[in-house]
Design a protein around this ligand. Sequence first.
Ligand SMILES: Cc1cc2nc3c(=O)[nH]c(=O)nc-3n(C[C@H](O)[C@H](O)[C@H](O)COP(=O)(O)OP(=O)(O)OC[C@H]3O[C@@H](n4cnc5c(N)ncnc54)[C@H](O)[C@@H]3O)c2cc1C
Ligand code: FES
Length: 246
Amino acid sequence: MKHAYIIDNITEGKNVNTVVFSTDDEIKPGQFIMAWAPGINEIPLSFSYINKIKKITVKIYGEASEYIAHLKRGDYLYYSGPYGKPFTIVPGKKLLIGAGTGIAPLIPLIDDNTYGIISGKTADDIIFERYFNNRLKVVTDDGSYGMNGYVTTALKTLDLNEFDMLYVCGPEIMLKTVYDYIKNMDINAQFSLERSMKCGIGLCDSCSINGYQVCTDGPVFSIEQLKNMDEFGRTRLQYSGKRIYF
Ligand SMILES: Cc1cc2nc3c(=O)[nH]c(=O)nc-3n(C[C@H](O)[C@H](O)[C@H](O)COP(=O)(O)OP(=O)(O)OC[C@H]3O[C@@H](n4cnc5c(N)ncnc54)[C@H](O)[C@@H]3O)c2cc1C
Ligand code: FES
């Protein structure tokens, strides 16, 4: 297990913190670590910044994310990785589509030819607008910030043929919504999937989807790969191993 000295902890929004640390690890956009909360669990977390300084942005759901999100300057982050297949970067115009903290792993993809959509249930879920220099649409379910509606409300206002690649990250229901909207268009897209993960290295099967392991075969999958995965957006394994339907 590796360890890194924490340099800073930034509050991004309600129950969302960015933990800043330094490592020599070479990270590619979309890769993740298994971060250790001692005595609690190890959880997968993606990078929101990947230069010499690294950042992970953590939304607090349970005990492990709460522990990691509250690491402060002087503490150590214990982790293994980096793991997973990264996003494939293509030249041209990119559209980044993130729901809530799902926008975090997309931030390292930003260049001067990038446009964004950030969606959330409410204004409290919207983070990282600052990286987009107004080249951005924000949409909230309750209309408390930006457009009122769902991610498709924002998608419908754009000509998607203008983009060379769509990069999408968020809860699987949101990924499926975007997938269904574009699946019959001639659009290139990559999706980062979230599944329960225990090992991160392809051993435990907890993250499986149609025979793929999201931790090693993903988390990034192309739209063409998803077209052959009938479990996508329909069913997944809970942490206990029980299969549930979305
Ligand atoms: C490849 C990958 C990368 C990820 N990157 C990030 C990241 O960069 N930042 C980040 O904040 N999270 C990320 N996650 C999700 C993160 O791993 C989980 O939120 C975390 O494991 C929760 O652990 P916990 O012990 O705190 O909560 P748990 O005790 O596991 O869960 C507490 C409650 O919250 C619910 N819950 C847990 N996680 C989520 C979730 N993601 N969405 C909705 N409900 C949830 C559970 O169902 C449960 O009801 C990533 C997941 C994967 C698979
Ligand atoms: S997390 Fe164990 S196989 Fe993917």
